[in-house]
Design a protein. Structure first.
Length: 328
């Protein structure tokens, strides 16, 4: 007697194969992908002489150790399995676990005389899709303005197409291809500017889920000054103040060094300010410089101080001032 056995799986494409010299149609052969924690349903409805047969579900564990035959609702490879309807034609895996990854599932039937099951070479393999995992040892980075900065990371569990999204300070950041590049292991900033300072988040997404990693970037640059006087003229006896506070610097300056005509000055220095009191014309006139240093480098600003002599009153004017006055 020639027995024609038909199998049908809802989520699998089918093909025709030969079993014991007989043509079996709609036999599933393509591998299956299931998201971790998801649900997978399989249907198998064999018929014998036009009559439905009771289905046998069999699982080959990925690590070997012998096939597992499912006869009742039970947990298999860490995953709850449910066999449904009178012919046991529906198999449902709920909350799919990692242990099911690599297993092979197939079905057959027992007609009381012999057992017909799917041949070994055509049994599909289940691939469990794990949520991606992105990690990095870098929590922050610093770079000098104008240089290049690379943030390295590792992405695991990317069995399917992976999408990368970059956020800056919580908002989507569009990469300028002329300055930025990203691949599966790194994000590179080229010709970094101070506006690149911020908190960045890389989000990696696959069909199985998403994960993210964040890092801060601090761009260092030397001190800048909005205005520097090239020369000051002050009458002797008064006070000269040389303010060396920059309008911008990152990080803040770590030191200030003042000099007059190349000789360092320490007296009258308080942080970024030099104060010279009771100016003397010959001693205090000269070229004053201030060297401002931070981790990005040094900047020198300069100003020339010209101490003027005290104004004098002409002799003839003095005689008039000191002479007698009469009021009429």
């Amino acid at each position: 007697m020639i027995t024609l056995l038909k199998f049908h799986f809802i989520i699998l494409a089918a093909s025709s194969i030969l079993v014991a010299g007989q043509q079996i149609d709609n036999f599933p052969t393509e591998d299956v992908s299931v998201v971790l924690g998801g649900t997978a349903q399989f249907n198998c409805s064999p018929t014998v002489d036009g009559q439905r047969a009771i289905v046998i579900w069999i699982i080959s564990p990925p690590q070997g150790g012998g096939d597992i035959t499912l006869r009742m609702n039970e947990s298999v490879l860490g995953t709850p399995a449910f066999v449904i309807d009178d012919y046991r034609s529906i198999l449902i895996f709920a909350n799919v676990s990692r242990d099911l990854n690599g297993a092979r599932i197939f079905c057959g039937y027992d007609n009381g005389v012999f057992v017909v099951i799917q041949p070994q070479q055509s049994r599909p393999t289940i691939t469990v899709l794990f949520p991606p995992r992105i990690t990095s040892t870098q929590e922050s980075g610093t770079v000098l303005e104008g240089n290049m900065f690379t943030y390295s990371f590792t992405v695991n569990n990317t069995q399917t197409f992976t999408n990368f999204t970059l956020l800056k300070n919580g908002e989507t950041f569009k990469l300028n291809v002329e300055r930025f590049s990203v691949n599966a292991t790194s994000l590179t900033f080229g010709n970094v500017t101070r506006t690149d300072t911020g908190m960045y988040t890389i989000i990696v997404t696959t069909i199985a889920g998403s994960d993210s990693v964040s890092f801060s970037l601090d761009v260092y640059y030397v001190a800048e000054f909005s205005e520097v006087k090239e020369m000051e003229e002050i009458v002797q006896g008064n006070t000269f103040t040389f303010n060396c506070t920059p309008s911008s610097a990152n990080p803040p300056p770590s030191s200030y060094v003042f000099k007059r005509d190349g000789v360092e000055i320490t007296e009258g220095v308080s942080g970024a300010i030099l104060t010279v009191s009771s100016l003397r014309r010959s001693e205090d006139s000269g070229n004053y410089t201030c060297v401002v240093a931070n981790e990005a480098g040094n900047v020198t600003i300069a100003t020339y101080l010209n101490v003027l002599g005290s104004p004098t009153v002409p002799r003839d004017l003095m005689s008039l001032v000191n002479g007698p006055f009469s009021v009429t």
